[in-house]
Design a binder for this molecule. Sequence first.
Ligand code: F0G
Length: 458
Amino acid sequence: MPQHPAEPFRIKMVEPIRLVSPEERQKAMKKAGYNLFALPAEDVFIDLLTDSGTGAMSQYQWAAMMAGDESYAGARSYFRLSEVMQKIFGFEYFVPTHQGRAAETILTDLLVKPGMYIPSNMHFDTTEGNIRARGGRPTNLVCDEAFNPTIRTPFKGNMDLEKLRAFILEKGPENIPFGSITITNNAGGGQPVSLSNIRAVSEIYHEFGIPFFIDSCRFAENAYFIKQREDGYANKSTLEIANEIFSLADGAWMSAKKDAIVNIGGFLAMRDADLFQKVSNELILREGFVTYGGLAGRDLDALAVGLMEGLDESYLAYRLGQTAYLADRLLEAGIPIIEPAGGHAVYVDAGRMLPHIPHAEFPGQALDAALYLEGGIRGVEIGSVMFGYQDPDSGEMVYPQLELVRLAIPRRVYTQSHLDYVADTLITLKEKSQELKGYRITYAPPLLRHFTARFEPL
Ligand code: F0G
């Protein structure tokens, strides 16, 4: 039996959950157009849709919220957050934002012109959507291992450095307003990026004068993977590793709803004073004054405490251990997943589990729907529904290489028995996988279609 780490906390407030009947689940799915985003959360038993904003705050975060300063400008809460930002990230300037995509919207609006390219290892959906919305072209240059779900290399989130250099030479640095990297690589299995890769990426971008921004939602998990797996880092603290990562960049944005374990919040940070001035002007138009972004003072305090808690090594050992536990239970039962386990989620390989369903009939959607109907579990499709698109040049449908269902684990929320229930449900589904059928889209918006698309079972 795989080992589950003991939780480094005990529970003093509980939120009841219930499993509704199979008939009610059928009814709920039909009403939702078979899109799990459209389900009332009350009808979900174990909600692994996302690890974003769904974590349990600690007593220290709740206590800090009581001390929030709600002044419009220059609140104490802002200065407390600034101090922590400096300690971890060390950028000259930052603005709070209400979540990660608000930072992305501002950055892309200021820097991306139609036809420009933004390379990354892999962009996540909101980043892609924001770049495309400005007429830009998000480009993924992750290493080839990322597409091989069974190779167990330690840093499958790494950028392919050869491809990056060739890409910059081909498109011209003048057509690349900034370059990026996502740590950990959420769209590619929650896999980490090594420090040596981040350093090399930084050198390449800088050789061509391209500013380097890190999408840092899960930087603490990435730092702990570096500590565990990269030569020379075993004796460094996760804070020291984070310092080193961000010293290599010109800026970063973060959805703090992940590794800062808050329910809402984010930031955009940078070194360039001119850019900061422009960002501040946009922030004031969209989010709020520069010392609060779209947040309340108390949110800034929860964030300041959460950023440091997210780097705590006993928490990270438990956190990554819990994800590895679920992954090991599934592997033991012969369920295909992306190996090794990612930081925040286990990614079930629906393409391999349901080989009889083609890309155009959405194997990930089929598995995701079946998980809910079978056990009231909600995951998220990361496959052709989320990333399939029509190529603007050829007009043809482009499908991603992997058809995945992500089971994202909220931080400090579910226990070992919840994860055992998830594993047992998937094992039941594996036994009847031949019976599962694909889906057809009956409605989809032009961008970010997975949020609001509707489906029909085939
Ligand atoms: N970048 C990455 C890598 C993300 O995973 C997310 C969000 C964002 C940016 C955008 O942040 O939601 O605060 O606006 N990911 C969530 C998820 C939604 O479920 O993985 P946001």
